[in-house]
Ligand binder design. Sequence first.
Ligand code: GLU
Length: 464
Amino acid sequence: MSVVTRFAPSPTGFLHIGGARTALYNWLYARHMGGKYLVRIEDTDKARSTPEAVQAIFDGLAWLGLLGDEEPVYQSAQLERHADVAKELVAKGRAYYCYCTPEELQTMREEAKAAGKPMRYNGMWRDRDPSEAPKGVDPVVRLKAPLEGETTLADHIQGEVTVQNQQLDDFVLLRGDGTPTYMLSVVVDDHDMGITHVLRGDDHLNNAFRQAALYRAMDWDVPEFGHIPLIHGADGGKLSKRHGALGVDAYRDMGYLPEALNNYLLRLGWGHGDDEIISSAQAIEWFTLDAVGRSPSRFDLAKLENLNGHYIREADDERLANLVIAGLGDVDEVGRSRILKGMDGLKQRAKTMVELTENAAFYAASVPLNFTEKAQNLLTEEALSQLAALTAQLEAMTDWSEESVEQAVRAVAEKADVKLGKLAQPLRAALTGSTVSPGIFEVAAVLERAETLARLKAVCGTAQ
Ligand code: GLU
């Protein structure tokens, strides 16, 4: 049997971080098994499923590299098919029309409440003849669920889970207006798409028992299930807005690389020994469902940052430069080439793309630079006179390289009888407007002679 998995998001306006992890696990499992991974948009809630909300899901998936292997399926396009299945079940005597009035349902609800039990439909139309149907009530279709025995699912993550069938009532398949319920749509779509493995959040575990009953009623193979524990916030509560951003797009905007987020989400709930940094290829080789943890995992932004720093250092300079330039906006050719040349030095210290972009901005700036307060404070009169001496020395230099600039700076520092740092820090302030940057000789080499001298003269000139 070839494995077919799916990710089936309901559009909510963004790709939820937990959904992204579900998508990733489905993608990895399919890849690991040499199978197929599909995407189905569960867009039956018209109010929420706007084109923008659907697009936001695709944008998030595309960014993470988790689009399906085939064209996506839209659940809303299959509603007739879902309704046909309900009618087929009625024809087979495995489902029935229920003409309960809202008042009768309310009474059942109240009785259940008084008895301290969850609401269960009492089966009043299960064996009743439709000729007894009252006029003016649009019937719903209910499944004739098994009344006795138990259902056991061998969940790939939760292990064996059993419920008593008494607990599953005759749930609704088709509403009075003829529209299918979520429970029906999911099962029909999963069957029609040939899904062999349903991997999803464990908030759907209860649904799985009802869904299994529906598969059996249709004499369809029940797929394998794997219910993934949810993600919790750092305080142990279910992940929510108060813990921080929930949408994948927000993490992109905060400057995380997709490979870092994937690596982080992979490790959030799945493990391979102590391995923290796991490439996509390695993850495909290692990913199995038995290594998915059974307890909720806690979201930890510091870990994500560390991973991001790693992936930024590993990333191709040109790719990073393009992202940085896009972030900065208006950058001319000279700025572009400096950012690319300086990228190797820049990327060593940034934890996010936002930080990297801020740190790279000085390469694209032109004189006069903006100075941070700390940088401004370094440009004392004494420092400026040493920088003036350095400017003269650099101007006289014929060859321009990291090494030759370093030699010049050392020579001027020695002559002024100050430590190298005493000159290098003001030099950094003059060339970058800041007190932190890549190695200052490297910066001078990337800026090249004319720009380095222009920046130095601009500060020395200001002091005069
Ligand atoms: N559409 C459901 C959700 O977004 C998932 C359904 C499923 O995976 O079976 O929670």
